[in-house]
Design a protein around this ligand. Structure first.
Ligand code: ATP
Ligand code: MG
Length: 187
């Protein structure tokens, strides 16, 4: 199985590149952000807990997201032939990274590579403000974007070192065309 963690600041293009990877390699795409937005839409308990946090640009609690991820991995594996996973927006904290390792270990699988898409701050803000015009996402506004970037730097950047120590981190330059970014990923 090919298991990929795709990481990067908000607006770095994780979701976009994940979609291209899925198309080419048929991996199961697990986006925790998408999962949370589904929970909010469906009005579940988790959705209710997550909504205000997401609107403020904060992370939802580790326990909640780890439990959701665990269920999702389990379900995908139960529902037949999985070629591998692409984890998009997870892990976002070192605690989540440790949990992912232990969840996968129980199933005798492992993360093969962690791709971190690197984009400078001004460009991130520009992209997200632009996306906000059409995304309808409550967190694509300037105040929340700035908080999401702060949270990324404080909580998620340490995850890069976590995978660096395992020799799994690869930096991807996230500017340029979609094809140029994807070419680096394929390599
Ligand atoms: P983009 O969609 O451009 O990659 P993003 O990474 O900020 O931007 P999502 O991954 O969709 O967006 O996440 C949206 C919000 O959902 C986050 O700001 C956070 O509140 C919550 N969230 C998503 N994944 C996690 C996670 N693994 N742990 C905690 N909170 C999460
Ligand atoms: Mg995304």
């Amino acid at each position: 199985m090919l298991n990929i963690v795709i990481s990067g600041a908000p607006g770095s293009g994780k979701g976009t590149q994940s979609a291209i990877i899925v198309e080419q390699y048929g991996l199961s795409h697990i986006s925790t952000g998408d999962m949370l937005r589904e929970e909010i839409k469906a009005g579940t308990e988790n959705g209710k807990k997550a909504e205000a946090l997401i609107n403020d640009g904060k992370l939802v609690p580790d326990e909640m997201i780890i439990a959701m991820l665990h269920d999702r991995v389990q379900n995908d594996l139960n529902n037949g032939s999985v070629k591998g996973f692409i984890f998009d927006g997870f892990p976002r904290t070192v605690t989540q990274a440790e949990a992912l390792d232990s969840i996968l270990k129980q199933k005798n699988i492992r993360v093969g590579v962690m791709l971190n898409i690197d984009v400078e701050q001004n460009e991130l803000v520009k992209r997200l403000l632009n996306r906000g015009k059409t995304s309808g996402r409550s967190d694509d506004n300037l105040i929340t974007i700035q908080e999401r970037i702060n949270v990324y730097e404080q909580k998620t950047m340490p995850v890069i070192q976590f995978y660096d120590k395992q020799g799994k981190h690869v930096r991807i330059k996230g500017t340029g065309t979609l094809d140029e970014v994807f070419a680096q990923i394929e390599e």
